[in-house]
Design a protein around this ligand. Structure first.
Ligand SMILES: Cc1ncc(COP(=O)(O)O)c(C=O)c1O
Length: 424
């Protein structure tokens, strides 16, 4: 395990310049396939006797550098990248689970993930019990005989609830199931869930890691710490019908899940990341540690300023002393609490609409983690497909406005909101 700090890893990990013709930048290998030396070489690659590139749906040299970099930064044994964060989540769960299996998940999730778990996966026989993750005991109480995973967001979008990861990890260990943590909002520059007991970490690379709002991508980082031989996961301990009898846990040890994700997940579901997007995301990742500090500083200052405004009914930011997550934020996010802030206006939904429509620097759109500031009303957009009760579980109230605070001058951001408040 590297002892380098994230600022160094973000620039160098995974890139051996002697293998890329001395290029200082990571090159884009824009190819769909790779020439085999001869039929024996090809057969060896397919049977894993030799490791190498076969076809870009499975792996690609640009993507591989991004994978190695993410694994180094999050502290995993391997990482796999996908076409989007959603592709990472769906492929990860479909590689891990089968009809009849069950998930215990936090109710505070990104709307798209909630719908995947609540509506789409049940169609395939995979069900989820959603729990209030603020009490780790709720996970234990929801475990069934067929439970095969715990799923949470380390910093929920948009509830901004900081979870007690270590307490939930204890419950997942007791239940003998992998603890999956979507770490998108916190980013690996502020929090490494593996250090707190996560077995698999998920990122939408579209957000802070890419950081410029120009490329979709997703990743799963495998801690290599889960014991797939505990009797609950025969797909890892018995010969795989999907990969000519390979016994993943025997052949690949700690990297069993990483390889299953590539050899079966990417092969069968096909959500490969374009090498061009991998290149763009690498550019973003290189500056993540410096950007996230400024996102966090701007967000904290704006949250404090909002608290002082007469038009504002409430403000939620885990770095505020008034936040009920402040204590957990001190423990899990001591170096910054990322760039999302939510607030409500005394004028409720109508006032929220007016303000959202009136900002000029904050762009009204459905994304987070861009260098540019963004604004949205989740109840009518990202969480629209949820019932009012489900929205409440996800922390979405009708008056809630979500800001993704960018890197503009803080005075200009305050001024933009000040002007917008005049429309109320
Ligand atoms: C926490 C979280 N996870 C996953 C996703 C899905 O990522 P993508 O949009 O890259 O599919 C999002 C998207 O907003 C998100 O906020």
């Amino acid at each position: 395990m590297s002892t380098q700090k994230i600022s160094t890893q973000a620039l160098h990990a995974g890139h051996d310049t002697t293998k890329t013709g001395g290029t200082r930048a990571v090159p884009i290998y824009q190819t769909s396939s790779y020439v085999f030396n001869d039929t024996e070489h090809a057969a060896n690659l397919f049977s894993l006797k030799e490791l190498g590139f076969i076809y870009t749906r499975l792996n690609n040299p640009t993507n591989d550098i991004l994978q190695q970099r993410l694994a180094a930064i999050e502290g995993g044994v391997g990482a796999v990248v996908f076409a989007s964060g959603t592709s990472a989540i769906s492929t990860g769960l479909l590689t891990l689970l089968k009809a009849g299996d069950h998930i215990v998940a936090s109710s505070s999730l990104y709307g798209g993930t909630f719908t995947l778990l609540n509506v789409t996966l049940p169609r395939l026989g995979i069900t989820t019990t959603f729990v209030d993750a603020s009490n780790p005991e709720n996970f234990k109480n929801a475990v069934q005989e067929n439970t095969k995973a715990f799923f949470v967001e380390s910093l929920g979008n948009p509830k901004l609830d900081v979870l007690d990861l270590e307490a939930i990890a204890e419950q997942s260990k007791a239940a003998g199931v992998p603890f999956i943590v979507d770490n998108t909002v916190a980013s690996p520059a502020l929090l490494n869930p593996i250090k707190h007991g996560a077995n698999l970490v998920i990122h939408s690379l579209t957000k802070y890691i890419g950081g410029q709002g120009n490329s979709l991508g997703g990743a799963i980082i495998d801690a290599g710490t889960f014991d797939w031989t505990n009797g609950k996961f025969p797909e890892f301990t018995e010969p795989s019908a999907g990969y000519h009898g390979l016994i993943y846990s025997e052949a690949l040890g700690a990297a069993a899940f990483t390889f299953k994700l590539i050899l079966e997940g990417l092969r069968d579901f096909g959500g490969a990341l374009s090498p061009f997007n991998a290149f763009q995301i690498i550019q973003g990742l290189e500056t993540l540690p410096v950007r996230i500090k400024q996102h966090s500083a701007n967000a904290l200052e704006l949250a404090k300023w909002l608290e002082s405004k007469e038009e504002v009914a409430w403000v939620n930011y885990p770095g505020l002393e008034s936040s009920k997550y402040y204590k957990l934020a001190k423990k899990y996010l001591p170096n910054g609490q990322s760039g999302l802030v939510t607030f409500g206006l005394k004028g409720g939904f109508e006032a929220a609409k007016k303000v959202t429509d009136a900002t000029k620097i904050f762009s009204l759109l459905a994304n987070i983690g861009d260098t540019k500031s963004l604004i949205i009303h989740p109840a009518s957009t990202t969480h629209q497909q949820l019932t009012i009760e489900q929205q409440a579980g996800a922390g979405v109230t009708q008056d809630l406005i979500r800001l993704s605070v960018g890197l503009e001058a803080i005075e200009d951001l305050k001024q933009d909101l000040e002007e917008a408040f005049k429309q109320i």
